[in-house]
Design a protein around this ligand. Sequence first.
Ligand SMILES: O=P(O)(O)OC[C@H]1O[C@@H](O)[C@H](O)[C@@H](O)[C@@H]1O
Length: 304
Amino acid sequence: MNHSGSETDHSRKLVELTKDKNGIDHLVLRNPRGASATVSLHGGQVLSWKTERGQELLFSSTKAFFSPPKPVRGGIPICFPQFGNRGTLEQHGFARNKIWVIDQNPPPLSADSNGKVCIDLLLKPSEDDMKIWPHSFEFRLKVCLTADGRLILISRIRNVNGKPFSFSFAFHTYLSISDISEVRLEGLETLDYLDNLYQKERFTEQGDALTFESEVDRVYLDSSNMVAVLDHEKKRTFVIRKEGLPDVVVWNPWEKKSKSIVDFGDEEYKQMLCVDGAAVENPITLKPGEEWTGRLELSVVPST
Ligand SMILES: O=P(O)(O)OC[C@H]1O[C@@H](O)[C@H](O)[C@@H](O)[C@@H]1O
């Protein structure tokens, strides 16, 4: 593959490989209507998802900086094989800190007849990874942009080990919103959640859609396969559909915590809300040869 960004004329319109100023490869996907998504080979992280009008839908901090191996603050970092600090590994696991490769099987640049364009990335553990997490796996990440601008992420994790292993997982999705005080999150009403701000204690959500007036860091358990974030001011609704991902993590650091995060602006908590499709409470266990699939689909629809 040519790393300067040129492929055939046809594929150039669909997927372009570029290098950022840090020398990291990014893949830019474009659909026929001009919507786009950018995926970094660092962490397999989606960095940007734009409408056909060029409107960015994912939050990225203006203070984000690239400090390998840490991920950039924003977009969709992948939490694997551990979510948060629920285990002995580093926070959110190591997958988001690794350089992924373009998977040649299937061929990397593919578009179907409906105008959906996809790329496939692959992560396998290095010898160093095996020292801290001694389980051999193949993690295939497919990122697709559909003709109508939906962003689809599919994680397939296979046990290529002789023994079973377990992991937790999240697509840590930073949504860009107008103002945290103005949005509503629907679909988590009456669910139980584990509150990270109260030693992971279990509580039950009330019957109303969630609104936000202080820090939130919760894992909602066993949710339905669809939740929605309504942004009144921007007159748009994010619809999040998921499969194989029973939990939903909801995170906003609010004012005080924001000030302690070096790569996050003091006021930026107002413009973001993390809503992650996740498998946290009950880790996934794979026997040798087994594969797990987790699928996330993000779309945005106009609303009043
Ligand atoms: O700063 P990080 O490691 O990217 O994590 C950000 C946040 O990610 C959230 O998913 C966690 O629930 C929070 O506890 C955490 O603070």
